[in-house]
Design a protein around this ligand. Structure first.
Ligand code: DP6
Length: 326
C-alpha cells in the first residue's frame, strides 16, 4: 500500500503549448523532450493513511495544488476498482522549483508511477503516462527516460494521448543540457494560464500548432542522426515561435527578462567562435543550453559571464524508477 518513485524532469525540444481539452489535459499538438539527470523528484504514496495528506517540498500543499494531487489519486482508485482509503503523499525535489524548470513534470510522473504501484497495479508505462498527463501535461513525458514524444492523439477521452520513448538515454550520452538560472523568482504567469491566454487570444496560435506538429518528426530524425547543429537550430526556432505566439496574446505574455535575452543573443557569438551551443526556453526566464560533453564547461562559463546566478549541468536521464514497495 506504499511505494516510492524517483523521476527526472524533462526539457521540451519541441514544446507543448496549448490545450484542446483543459479538464483531461489534451494538447493541440505533439511535443518531444529529453529527460534530464541527475536532477530528480522523489515521491512516496501511501494508501490507508488516517486522512488525505499532501506534502510537497517540505510544505503542506493547499488549494489547487493539493486538489491536483488528490484528483490524480482518485483516478488511481478508479483504475484499482477498490476503496484504497485516504492517501498520504510526500514529494521532494533536488532542484529549484517554479523557476522555469518543469518540476511539476517530474513530480506528477513520480506520483502516477508511485500511485499505481501503491495500489497494487502492474507496471504499465502507457497507463502511467496517461495518468501523469492528467496531473500536468508535460509530466507524461517524464515516465520514461531519453527522448520521449507526446503524441497529441485524436480521441475525446484522451486514451491515445500519451508519451512514448523514441530513443533511450544511452542513444546520445554525449548530449548535454546546461540550465542557466538567471532569475530565481517564481514565474509571473504559470504555464497553465499562459497557454490558455495564448490559445484564446493570439492570432498566431493556429500557425504555432501547425508548425510545432511538423517539427516533431524533423526533430526525431535529427536525434536519430545525432546532428547537434541542426537539432540546436530547430530547438531555438521552436522556442522563439512559442514565445512569439505568446507575445502576440492579449494581454501579451513575455517570459524573457533582459538577462535571458543577453544570454541567448550571446550564443550566436559563441558559435562564430566555434563553441557548439544553442538554447531552448520554457515559460520562464531561464534558458537551457544545448551542447555536447566537450563543451559543457565552456557553456557554463558563458552562462555565468552573461549573469547566470546558478547553473545545473544535466545529462540524458533514465526512466522513472520504483525505489521501494511495501
Ligand atoms: C513551456 O505541462 O506545466 O514547459 O499541462 O497546464 O500542467 P499543464 O502545463 P505544463 O506546461 C509545460 C509548458 C512548457 C513546454 C513543455 O514542457 O512542453
Amino acid at each position: 500500500m506504499k511505494a516510492t518513485v524517483r523521476a527526472h524532469p524533462n526539457i521540451a525540444l519541441v514544446k507543448y503549448w496549448g490545450k484542446r481539452d483543459e479538464a483531461l489535459i489534451l494538447p493541440h499538438q505533439s511535443s518531444l523532450s529529453l529527460t534530464l539527470a541527475p536532477i530528480h523528484v522523489t515521491t512516496t504514496v501511501e494508501f490507508g493513511a488516517g486522512s488525505d495528506q499532501v506534502e510537497l517540498h517540505g510544505h503542506a500543499a493547499k488549494g489547487s495544488e493539493r486538489d491536483r494531487v488528490l484528483r490524480l489519486l482518485d483516478a488511481v482508485r478508479v483504475q484499482a476498482g477498490r476503496d484504497l482509503g485516504p492517501a498520504k503523499v510526500v514529494s521532494r525535489g533536488d532542484f529549484p522549483m517554479a523557476a522555469g524548470l518543469a518540476s511539476s513534470a517530474a513530480g506528477f510522473a513520480a506520483l502516477a508511477v508511485a500511485g499505481r504501484a501503491a495500489a497494487g497495479l502492474p507496471e504499465d508505462t502507457r497507463a502511467s503516462s496517461i495518468l501523469a498527463r492528467r496531473g500536468s501535461g508535460s509530466a507524461c513525458r517524464s515516465v520514461q527516460g531519453g527522448f520521449c514524444e507526446w503524441m497529441r492523439g485524436e480521441r475525446a477521452d484522451g486514451e491515445d494521448s500519451y508519451a512514448v520513448q523514441r530513443f533511450d538515454a544511452g542513444h546520445w550520452s554525449d548530449l548535454r543540457m546546461v540550465v542557466a538560472i538567471v532569475d530565481r523568482g517564481e514565474k509571473e504567469v504559470k504555464s497553465r494560464d499562459g497557454m490558455k491566454g495564448t490559445v484564446e487570444t493570439s492570432p498566431y496560435y493556429p500557425a504555432w500548432v501547425k508548425d510545432a506538429e511538423a517539427e516533431v518528426p524533423r526533430a526525431r530524425e535529427l536525434i536519430a542522426k545525432k546532428d547537434l547543429e541542426a537539432l540546436g537550430e530547430l530547438c531555438e526556432r521552436n522556442a522563439w515561435r512559442m514565445h512569439s505566439t505568446s507575445l502576440a496574446a492579449d494581454p501579451p505574455l513575455c517570459y524573457l527578462s533582459p538577462a535571458t535575452l543577453g544570454l541567448i543573443q550571446n550564443l550566436r557569438e559563441q558559435r562564430k567562435k566555434g563553441v557548439p551551443v544553442w538554447f531552448t526556453l520554457d515559460a520562464g526566464p531561464n534558458p537551457v543550453l544545448l551542447t555536447d560533453a566537450a563543451h559543457e564547461v565552456a557553456a557554463e562559463a558563458v552562462a555565468r559571464a552573461c549573469g547566470a546566478v546558478d547553473v545545473v549541468r544535466c545529462v540524458p536521464g533514465g526512466d522513472a524508477t520504483l525505489l521501494t514497495e511495501h
